[in-house]
Design a protein around this ligand. Structure first.
Ligand SMILES: [Zn+2]
Length: 792
């Protein structure tokens, strides 16, 4: 007995006829003798407010060989008994199927065909590495562990003996059956045409993508422990028998998602607008593919303006990129997320050499977003990764531990990388690691096992210091120190704020300076080494620009700066400024807050409390004006928002807190978009074979789309989770639709018109649902054939 859950989609609101039908076909490993479908759940409703009258839900099954087709019928009317109200819903079912017994005689095993081994590769993997690496760098096959929710590539190594006297094979194909705890997927190869030319295993060239039969297990299925089973057969004559099945169990390790807050950066000279949410999200493509994270959690989105010209060669610590990192520091507030500032490509001068900037280990990164490799490079820096050294090229901040992989070039990725989304193999003989310190073309970079592993334990999550995680998880009163030390020993404090924060990372560039916090009686309370933030110019340049988040003892009254054992500066910490909020006025765009402080002349930071993450974040960089318009897009979960105004003259920080109430609150609005597809461009856009939906709320917070389900135009399930593999579709045009269940409120859905042709994949347009019944049909389904219309 086999059990298969599934669902049928009726989420498009329709009126005027009923009941409607949708169907889906499930595949089983052997012929099916009996099958029944049972209803396991349903969501039904009218688009408007109507009385629930008659609801019809029916499930039927029909068997053909090893497939079962489930036909669902669904209709909903109010008491008028007419089909005049738009209705929609989803039907969930379970199919119970009895399979024909295995007849050993009918299963002809091809003795000339076998599976030698499977390589499991989510970005990079050791496989047969003893054949091309030395003993210092080679590792056992598949020794890089599998990560939960990350698309998994399976390279199947085959052996075909053409001398066995069996019918020859021109095109070899196969199938991969994936059994998770709850469902079974049957996957087809992702090689072009779904097949490869068979060969002896001794002739395989790992560098050639199509010397192996490749599959992609979609990320949402890569959870817990799964069993995969592969079989090979002749694509043209499947009846000539198949190879024996090769079965393996895979266990995926669940990791914390990488939390990224996106900041679109507008520039004043030249005047360019900030990139929008879609462009910023698309720039994370390589982070998603190469980093050892299954999930990237978007914790929010905002925009800022950079008021300093980017000069193009960032060798000094007073350049525009350093200024940008300062702005990002203010926005981060008390959070430990990576803050990424994305610059528009149009702000870059043609001769600009510097494409991005970050402070190593500081969880702050910025880059022009047109090159997703630069974005990944800078974010990797911000998580502590240093430059992979290349002999003869002087790169700042080199990684002393980057290995020399066998006889491959310096900074080689060392082993074969794989991108299952595009079915691409990366060859260590020619492809360099993304942390190489010189500009290279994106297609010639990927990630090495060294940096893949390094990113698994970024500084804030241990950083190689045992026990650091538990010591630093909590929130500590933290001083965000801004200070400059000049060559002549002069020390200048800029305005610094202190407030509770989680550990945000640490800088690599340490020098000879240290700082002490002392109480009223000049007893030392705490001490810390100081690091210079401007490593781009090398750690040896002056002046030393200090940007550090330090635990700040509350009783501190004095700060002393030391140059080794020489006291170079002493600073008294005064009383904190007093702040009072004087007015709160709602306008069309948000709520205007004004305040007064004593002393009058202070620097201010406005923080908002992020209820989801339980942290305070900056609404904007620091300012000297005593008023701020809190934008209404921050009121997402409720009409209430807590803010606080921090004020400092130099170090001591006072604050006032208040709760704002938005009268014009509209509730959470979730928008769905495909990553990489801009619906405002009214032209077909190229796509990869796997499309991913991103659900964000007005504050730019990513909504977990794990519960999303994808459907075909017939209402049958294509995939579950945030992505769908279009390589399963036949050539031609299709409408794909995603339904995302929000935790509260109605499910949200959106459709796209996509096309698969021999050259690749195209997304033509996004199709927005309309509840109004007279905007149905043709305009919403421009591509559907007449036949499909009748089925609706
Ligand atoms: Zn770099």
């Amino acid at each position: 007995m086999e059990l298969r859950p599934g669902s049928l989609d009726f989420s498009q609101p329709l009126a005027g006829s009923g009941p409607r039908t949708a169907s889906t076909t499930l595949m089983f490993p052997r012929p099916v003798s009996v099958a029944v479908a049972g209803l396991s759940g349903h969501i039904v409703g009218f688009s408007g407010d109507h009385h629930f009258g008659r609801c019809e839900i029916r499930l039927e099954t029909s068997i053909l060989g090893n497939t079962v087709t489930v036909i669902g019928t669904f209709g909903l009317r109010d008491w008028s008994n007419d089909w005049d109200d738009a209705y929609s819903g989803t039907i969930e079912f379970v199919v119970l199927a009895e399979l024909e017994p295995v007849d050993p005689g009918s299963m002809s095993l091809r003795m000339d065909l076998s599976i030698v081994d499977l390589e499991l590769n989510q970005a990079v993997q050791f496989f047969r590495s003893n054949r091309f690496l030395d003993s210092a760098t080679a590792m056992p096959d598949n020794s890089i562990f599998m990560i939960s929710s990350k698309d998994t590539g399976v390279r199947v190594y085959i052996d075909w003996d053409p001398t066995g006297g069996l019918p020859p094979i021109g095109r070899l194909t196969g199938s991969l059956t994936v059994r998770t705890g709850t469902r079974t997927l049957t996957l087809l190869p992702i090689n072009p045409s779904g097949s490869i030319v068979p060969h002896r295993d001794s002739n395989v060239n790992q560098a050639l993508t199509n010397d192996t039969l490749n599959f992609m297990i979609p990320g949402p299925a890569c959870v817990g422990t799964i069993t995969i089973s592969c079989q090979l057969f002749d694509q043209d004559s499947p009846d000539n028998g198949s190879s024996g099945a090769f079965t393996r169990t895979i266990t995926f390790a669940a990791l914390k998602p990488l939390r990224i807050y996106l900041v679109g950066v507008a520039t004043t000279s030249p005047g360019t607008p900030a990139p929008d949410a879609l462009a910023l999200i698309a720039s994370l493509t390589r982070v998603r593919k190469m980093f050892p994270q299954g999930d990237i959690e978007l914790t929010g989105l905002t925009t800022i303006t950079l008021d300093q010209t980017i000069t193009g060669c960032g060798t000094s610590c007073s350049d525009a990129f350093s200024r940008l990192l300062d702005l990002l520091r203010d926005l981060r507030g008390g959070s430990g997320d990576v803050y990424f500032g994305g610059l528009p490509a149009s702000a870059r001068a043609p001769d600009d050499l510097q494409l991005g900037s970050s402070a190593t280990g500081d969880r702050l990164a910025s880059a022009f977003i047109d090159n997703s490799l630069t974005v990944a490079h800078e974010i990797a820096h911000s998580l502590g990764r240093q430059h992979a050294p290349v002999g003869g090229v002087t790169a700042t901040n080199p990684d002393p531990n980057f290995p020399q992989y066998g006889s491959f070039p310096d900074a080689s990725i060392g082993v074969f990388g794989f991108d299952p989304v595009t079915n691409t193999v990366f060859d260590p003989a020619t492809v360099l690691d993304l942390m190489v310190g010189v500009a290279i073309a994106p297609e010639s970079a990927w990630i090495s096992p060294h940096n893949y592993r390094g990113l698994l334990s970024p500084p804030s999550e241990g950083g190689g210091v045992p026990g650091a995680l538990t010591l630093r998880e909590g929130r500590t009163e933290t001083l965000f120190l801004r200070m400059t030390i000049y060559r002549d020993g002069n020390v200048k404090f800029a305005e610094s704020f202190h407030h509770p924060a989680v550990f945000q990372g640490s800088l690599k560039c340490e020098g000879r300076f240290s700082i002490e916090f002392l109480d009223e009686d000049k007893n030392v309370l705490d001490c810390a080494p100081l690091s210079c933030a401007c490593e781009d110019g090398g750690c040896h340049c002056w002046p030393k620009s200090i940007r550090q988040a330090l635990p700040f003892p509350k009783e501190s009254r004095w700060i002393i700066v030391w140059d080794i054992d020489t006291k170079i500066h002493e600073e008294q910490i005064g009383d904190p400024p007093r702040v009072r909020i004087t007015s709160v006025t709602e306008s069309d765009d948000g709520i205007l807050v004004t305040w007064r402080s004593d002393p009058k002349k202070c620097w201010y930071l406005v923080h908002w409390f992020d209820e989801d993450a339980r942290v305070w974040r900056g609404v904007a960089p620091r300012q000297q004006a005593a008023s701020f318009l809190v934008p209404d897009r921050l009121f997402v979960r409720s009409p209430r928002l807590t803010i606080r105004i921090l004020a400092t003259e130099k170090i001591s920080t006072g604050y006032a807190e208040c709760e704002l109430h938005l009268q014009n609150y509209v509730g959470p609005q979730i928008t769905l978009n495909l990553i990489g597809f801009d619906p405002r461009i009214k032209e077909p856009q190229k796509s990869s074979g796997v499309v991913r939906v991103i659900a964000v709320d007005p504050a730019g917070r990513g909504f977990p789309a794990n519960g999303a389900v994808w459907y075909s135009e017939k209402g049958s399930e294509l995939a579950s989770g945030d992505s769908v593999d279009l390589r399963q579709l036949a050539h031609g045009r299709h409408i794909i639709r995603v339904v995302v269940r929000a935790a509260r409120g109605k499910p949200v859905s959106r459709s796209w018109l996509v096309e698969r042709d021999p050259k690749g994949f195209i997304v033509h347009s996004a199709i927005t649902d309309s509840d109004s019944q007279d905007t149905q049909d043709d305009r919403q389904h421009p591509s559907q054939s007449d036949q499909d219309q009748e089925e609706l």
